[in-house]
Design a protein around this ligand. Structure first.
Ligand code: R5P
Length: 317
């Protein structure tokens, strides 16, 4: 644990995580630093930490906000962490001979805040010959940071036994809040067993009824829900999940709810991936969709900064 920090402690991000990192810096009363990030014509990434911020990066623990999604985001995260590491190690030698070339190593103190942790769903070796991708990502990132805070990771157990200090945080309190203000649900549904903990937390916060469905995934695009009697006749229901990708899970759950008389059905999740026309598919099945800003999307109305701030405070004191 790092002892007390000052207001100058930097929260860094590349351009894609900028708004969220600014919001996080405000909550934590820290200083935001933008890392220059762009792509070469062939698609390879480039990052550069501004030299004006070297002082603060070397004198305070550092928080980097970055997603491991899409694949270019993984690479950008690694490059930003390594650039910060070089600065803290004092390894500043450069061809232009700008600034001081070598300085003292100021030691550990780099913390990564991950709003959306890509590859989370390959959390088991389902068939021989596969790798557990979710663990691979943390092993790679763990080489260049001293702690990591992850927002609503699909299955936190996958990182059990990691050498890296990892804090798991959730936006469910903020999701409960937006549902309370904008939907006023009677009933919260978890669309599968995996989301029970998260969805029931929302139900508990709002004092709403709760149940779950059992889902079988046939393939990435097809899922089946086992029939179950739900007491939803005439009720407003919100389906709560960690993420929405194709929207298949939510659409099938919504069909089950409507067959049983639900008056209105809403969906809420932390990570809105919305792949392959998911939003238009969802528009035919639910009355509204709410997500956090862990990923940029047209339905991100909930800030994930408060949840990440809780995790950072817990980790660095
Ligand atoms: C998986 O168990 C997750 O919690 C989500 O339910 C799932 O990833 C959503 O995917 P889709 O929107 O493609 O059904």
């Amino acid at each position: 644990m790092v002892s007390s920090h000052s207001r100058h402690m930097p929260v860094l991000s590349g351009s894609s995580g900028r708004e969220l990192a600014i919001a996080l810096a405000e909550i934590l009363e820290m200083e935001f630093v933008l890392i220059e990030s762009r792509k070469f014509p062939d698609g390879e990434g480039y990052v550069r930490v501004p030299s004006e911020s070297f002082g603060v990066i070397r004198s305070e623990p550092v928080i980097l906000v970055s997603n491991t999604f899409p694949d270019s985001g993984i690479m950008r995260t690694i490059l930003m962490l390594e650039a910060i590491n070089d600065i803290r190690k004092g390894d500043l030698e450069n061809l232009k001979n700008e600034g001081e070339q070598v300085m003292d190593n100021v030691g550990p103190g780099i913390f990564l805040a991950v709003p959306y942790y890509g590859y989370a769903r390959q959390d088991k070796r389902f068939s021989p010959g596969e790798t557990v991708s979710a663990r691979v990502i943390s092993e790679i990132l763990g080489r260049s940071c001293d702690g990591m805070v992850i927002l609503d990771l699909h299955e936190p157990k996958v990182l059990d036994g990691s050498d890296l200090e990892i804090g798991f945080v959730s936006s469910m309190p903020e999701i409960a809040d937006v549902l309370q203000k904008e939907v006023g649900p009677d009933f919260i549904l978890s669309p599968d067993k995996g989301a029970i903990d998260r969805a029931s937390e929302v139900a508990k916060i709002g004092g709403w009824e709760f149940s779950y469905l059992e889902k079988t995934r046939i393939d990435a695009h097809t899922i089946e829900h086992q029939a179950k009697d739900l007491d939803v006749n005439g009720k407003v229901v919100a389906i709560v999940d960690d993420m929405i990708s194709t929207g298949g899970t939510i659409c099938r759950a919504s069909d089950a709810l409507r067959r049983q008389g639900a008056k209105a059905v809403f969906a809420a999740c932390t990570h809105g991936l919305f792949t392959g026309g998911a939003l238009s598919r969802l528009a035919n099945h639910v009355d509204g969709v709410y997500t956090t800003d862990s990923l940029r999307n047209p339905r991100s109305v909930v800030s994930s900064a408060p949840a990440l701030a809780r995790g950072i405070k817990e980790m660095i004191g």
